[in-house]
Ligand binder design. Structure first.
Ligand code: ADP
Ligand code: MG
Length: 384
């Protein structure tokens, strides 16, 4: 999906009010009745209809005809707008540029701050896979079911943010986290080649060891990446240093399946090096040989730090269950270890599919955020 930067400039303060009202209403309503939108926004009914019509025209909300009543739901575009507006209000970002990545569960854009410094905006898109097809009978979302794609996308962003911050603060090679809002994360742009694109490297053995060392370093700090593969390792153009990205699936080494996750990470690297660089080593880390720091020791347990950082165990569980469901439904993306030995062709196909590079389409778009005209503070007016 594209971020439509041009339209977003023209959202008026009343339209913004209505959009926020739809977001709020969708916490309890899958389809938010127009009357509720009017009520939350504090605008007259007639006025609301017009405003909502113009938002719908720009795909920020979508009309849904229900058996009981007609109403609206927020679209991804609408949610994107609200998140980007929050980031721009905090002066974290200013303009949107090219899309550089499309995953099944995220979109990646280059954005810039007011000084023109490039950053990466990751928009989580967990609801691309319909919830209904995933789980009918487990009711862990409770009332939130109606807003599940928004809720799950936000949880993923919050979790990724919590991990990225803690990892960065403890000197792990990850992008510098800059800001987070709703389902979005703003981070340092890494000028790098993704490992998956590297056809040949001078000393695969050296890179292999440094990646295995990283897995061990994570584990010593109580963490397992959980998706440690060539898609999530970037090789810095200037230094050749590996940078790790993509953290929504990280787990603690105390997780009941920790060893399985750990072995899968190790296996991904082994398999990739064997296939791509014809490099094999009898040396690789083993989970039960790694001694994790105990709580209270001088060193740190980052899983404990993250747990204390505001991303609760309950939220962690909800997200984990969702990810499990998605995986069980056969939607899992890029984990090389689970493929057969069918190789090259399949690999290439998958790369095409999953990380299709987006060309110059978004180029030359003007910065849009400077002319947003509304000045409403949320949620002051929501009780009116
Ligand atoms: P997904 O969850 O969809 O796999 P990722 O966080 O792995 O999302 O990002 C997808 C792709 O976008 C990466 O493989 C990488 O090519 C690019 N990318 C992501 N973050 C950055 C970054 N900080 N700097 C440069 N490129 C990035
Ligand atoms: Mg990834």
């Amino acid at each position: 999906m594209k971020l439509d930067a041009t339209d977003l400039r023209y959202v008026t303060s009343d339209e913004f009010r209505v959009l926020t009202a739809v977001e709020m209403g969708s916490k309890n309503h899958e389809v938010v009745p127009t009357s509720l939108i009017a009520q939350i926004s504090g605008l007259r009914n007639g006025g609301v209809n017009k405003l909502i019509g113009s938002l719908a025209k720009r795909n920020l909300v979508a009309k849904v005809q229900n058996s009981k009543y007609d109403g609206y739901r927020l679209t991804y575009g609408g949610y994107d707008f609200l998140a980007m507006r929050a980031l721009s209000k905090r002066d974290s970002m200013y303009s949107v540029g090219n899309q550089i990545g499309v995953g099944k569960e995220s979109d990646i854009h280059i954005v810039a701050d007011q000084g023109g410094n490039e950053m990466v905006l990751k928009l989580h898109r967990l609801g691309r896979i319909s919830f209904r097809t995933i789980k009918q009978n487990r009711d862990y979302l409770g009332k939130r079911k109606s807003a599940s794609w928004m809720y799950m996308s936000r949880l993923a962003a919050q979790k990724e943010w919590a991990f990225m911050k803690v990892l960065h603060e403890h000197g792990f090679p990850v992008p510098i986290p800059i800001d987070q809002a709703r389902h979005c994360i703003l981070m340092e742009f890494i000028d790098a080649y993704p490992l998956r694109q590297m056809a040949d490297i001078p000393s695969p053995g050296k890179l292999y060891s440094s990646l295995m060392d990283l897995i061990v370093r994570f584990a010593r700090a109580g963490l397992i990446h959980g998706d440690f593969n060539e898609f999530n390792i970037l090789i810095r153009r200037e230094t050749g240093e590996p940078i790790v990205i993509d953290f929504p699936q990280m787990v603690s080494t105390s997780h009941e399946n920790a060893e399985w996750y750990f072995n899968r990470d190790v296996e991904c690297i082994k398999t990739f090096f064997r296939r791509r660089f014809k490099y094999e080593s009898s040396l690789y880390p083993k989970f039960n040989r790694i001694s994790t720091n105990e709580e209270g020791e001088e060193d740190f347990r980052l899983d404990v730090v993250v747990a204390a950082s505001g991303f609760s165990r309950k939220e962690m569980t909800i997200l984990e269950e969702y990810m499990e469901e998605v995986k069980d439904s056969g939607f899992e993306q890029h984990s090389i270890s689970e493929e057969g030995e069918g190789e090259e062709e399949e690999d290439e196909e998958r790369e095409e599919d999953e990380k299709e590079k987006v060309g110059e389409e978004g180029a030359g778009q003007e910065p849009f955020l400077r002319t947003v005209t509304d000045e409403i503070e949320v949620p002051d007016w929501t009780h009116s």
